[in-house]
Write a protein that binds this ligand. Structure first.
Ligand SMILES: Cc1cc2nc3c(=O)[nH]c(=O)nc-3n(C[C@H](O)[C@H](O)[C@H](O)COP(=O)(O)OP(=O)(O)OC[C@H]3O[C@@H](n4cnc5c(N)ncnc54)[C@H](O)[C@@H]3O)c2cc1C
Length: 471
């Protein structure tokens, strides 16, 4: 079995490390942030200093695919999360039978396990801390890569890492899980590797989020999906652990009028204008401020260029490989799926053949997680363009893929089969193309969803919103 270093103890770093340790590898996780994981949900939320993760206290919801993978691969993490107060939450089971047609076999797939991000990460950290074959060292930052004899011409071979504690740690494989700001490209440049091909741009969205808690552990009733799209903004309403929940506005960064949402009073006033979610403010606020996050980049790094890896002995997982605007809440699920992919590739290949391993990981990444990255990016681009059109009072023509997505959303309220297909995509359970390929599915979407543009809005127009928040 191999010696492996994982860089970063975030959601994907800890998941990867645990999956690899379970397979008998000797795994060390190096995490820059020194703070030890807390033992309770409240400590995790109130005190855990995790400045290495910008989005640590911002709105998070963990999708059904995340739960499915946890239950299958890391059930002890699911158990620890529940012990810390995480919520098993199945929107299909909670929706009225008139909409769902009643519960059916297979509906259990739609169950999510969700919590505030610090609480979910505390569960991962708790299990990782006591897992045989796994050591998590906090307060140790990786600063660069060690190299040995190359296994292919012009391709450096990584044999370990250097740290800010002055150590050199030699291993068979380095897994980079250092997140959306991963320094891996600069480490590779320092060992004379070819640069990865990077696609990067500002996603163009801004988040304005807040967390609430009920006095009795209950949650607000959901009158719609967790992500609702309105005229020129979207709203998230996300159940979490221990009677807490998050609510947030997602706007275009190019919309100065809505920057007022950073003001707590304006934020609260705005929420009251949306009847389907106004009651999500009926709780105790966990923070006085609105948590704002802007300049969220969509980034994809291809470490396999012109048919060859830029280096062997190092593999990037999760956000370090690719990350998008998070309004559809997919990052942790894609990250966990990528961690499982990494584990599966290592099961089928030998670390004695690093070049073959790099090729196999590249192919498996392209097969399992890349389609989700592309699909998320495509949705986000269209939604941003639609918001920008709405701001101008123009109608938006996003092309056939966008039309079908919108029609599917509209038809899902009228047809239980379409609903299930729609939520399978939302839950990261099935890709859009697979759902649409089901016999008769597209016909139903076109028949029932064609009128989506004429559906009455459930919230204020942009004019009413702007008037409401400036009153
Ligand atoms: C605003 C926002 C909201 C989001 N909401 C959701 C959501 O609702 N649902 C969802 O599934 N996803 C969501 N995401 C995405 C999710 O947070 C990420 O996909 C997930 O955290 C990725 O995990 P990771 O382990 O790859 O990286 P991270 O969790 O970012 O962890 C990276 C770790 O690496 C450490 N590190 C960095 N450099 C070094 C170094 N040199 N040496 C050692 N350690 C290092 C950092 O300190 C950090 O602990 C959201 C993201 C944002 C920005």
């Amino acid at each position: 079995m191999a010696r492996i270093v994982v860089v970063g103890a975030g959601v994907a770093g800890l998941s990867s490390a645990m999956l690899l340790a379970k397979d008998g590898h000797d795994v060390v996780v190096l995490e820059r942030d020194p703070a030890p994981p807390p033992t309770s949900a409240d400590e995790a939320w109130d005190d855990w200093d995790r400045r290495g993760v910008n989005q640590f206290r911002l709105l998070h919801y963990f999708l059904p695919r995340f739960r499915l993978l946890l239950d299958a691969e890391l059930p002890e993490v699911a158990a620890a999360a529940l012990e810390l107060g995480a919520l098993r939450h199945n929107p299909i089971a909670l929706a009225p039978a008139e909409v769902t047609g009643g519960l059916r076999p297979g509906d259990e797939d739609h169950e999510a396990i969700t919590a505030r991000r610090p609480v979910m990460e505390a569960a991962l950290a708790r299990v990782a801390a006591s897992m045989p074959g796994l050591t998590v060292r906090r307060g140790v930052a990786v600063t660069g890569l060690e190299v040995g004899a190359p296994v292919a011409v012009g391709v450096p071979h990584v044999t370990g890492v250097r740290t800010d504690t002055g150590e050199t740690i030699r291993v068979d494989l380095v897994v980079d899980a250092s997140g959306r700001r991963s320094p891996l490209p600069s480490w590779l440049a320092a060992i004379d590797a070819r640069p990865p091909v990077e696609e990067v741009e500002d996603s163009g969205f801004v988040y304005y989020g807040r967390y609430f808690r009920s006095a009795d552990g209950s949650l607000p009733v959901a009158f719609g999906p967790p992500l609702q799209h309105y005229d020129s903004l979207s709203i998230l309403s996300l159940p979490a652990d221990n009677g807490t929940w998050g609510v947030g506005f997602v706007t275009s960064a190019g919309d100065p009028a809505l920057r007022a949402l950073r003001d707590p009073e304006v934020w609260s006033t705005a929420l009251q204008l949306y009847p389907l979610v106004a009651h999500w403010a009926d709780g105790k606020l966990l923070d006085d401020q609105v948590a704002v996050m802007a300049k969220i980049e969509d980034r994809h790094r291809e470490y396999h260029v012109d048919g060859m890896p830029v280096a062997t002995g190092v593999l990037a997982v999760a956000d370090s490989w690719a990350c998008t605007n998070p309004s559809v809440g997919r990052g942790a699920s894609i990250g966990l799926l990528h961690a499982v992919t990494l584990r599966d590739v290592l099961r089928g290949s030998s670390l004695d053949e690093p070049l073959a391993l790099a090729h196999e990981y590249h192919e498996a990444t392209a097969r399992t997680v890349e389609p989700w990255y592309r699909s998320t990016l495509s949705f986000d681009r269209s939604r941003l363009a639609e918001i920008d059109a709405q701001r101008r009072g123009a109608s938006y023509d996003g092309g056939p893929e966008w039309e079908i997505t919108q029609a599917m959303g509209f038809a899902s309220m009228q047809d239980p089969d379409v609903l299930r297909g729609f939520v399978r995509i939302g839950g990261l359970l099935s890709l859009p193309e697979d759902v649409l390929a089901q016999p008769g599915f597209l016909d139903r979407v076109i028949e029932l969803g064609a009128g989506w543009r004429d559906a009455p809005g459930a919230g204020p127009s942009r004019e009413q919103l702007l008037a409401g928040i400036s009153a």
